[in-house]
Design a protein around this ligand. Structure first.
Ligand SMILES: [Zn+2]
Length: 94
C-alpha cells in the first residue's frame, strides 16, 4: 500500500467517524424530542390535539392547560373578534 493510499484511507476513516458522531448527536436530539413531544411543559402529562375553530390546539389531559403553535393565538383572536362582531350584529335593528 502506497503512502497516498494510506492517507486516503485515513481521511476516509476520519470522515466516517465524523459522520458517525454527527449521527449520534442527531439521534440523541431525536430521542430527547420524542421524550418531550406532546408532553405538557407544566405538569408533564400527555397533550391531546383538539380542533377549535379550525385551529389545532394541544390540551393537557392533566392540568387542562392549552398550548398553541406560533400564529394560532392570532388566528383564534381574529376569529374571536369577528365572532363577537357577528354576535353584536344580531342586536342591531336594521
Ligand atoms: Zn399539564
Amino acid at each position: 500500500m502506497s503512502k497516498n493510499e494510506d492517507e486516503h484511507f485515513a481521511r476516509e476513516e476520519l470522515h466516517r467517524k465524523q459522520k458517525e458522531s454527527i449521527e449520534k448527536v442527531k439521534q440523541a436530539l431525536r430521542e430527547r424530542q420524542k421524550l418531550h413531544h406532546m408532553k405538557c411543559p407544566k405538569c408533564g402529562d400527555d397533550l391531546e390535539t383538539k380542533i377549535h375553530e379550525e385551529v389545532e390546539i394541544d390540551v393537557c389531559k392533566g392540568c387542562s392547560g392549552v398550548w398553541l403553535d406560533p400564529g394560532e393565538l392570532e388566528t383564534l383572536a381574529g376569529k374571536e373578534s369577528t365572532g363577537l362582531k357577528n354576535f353584536f350584529g344580531l342586536f342591531k335593528d336594521e
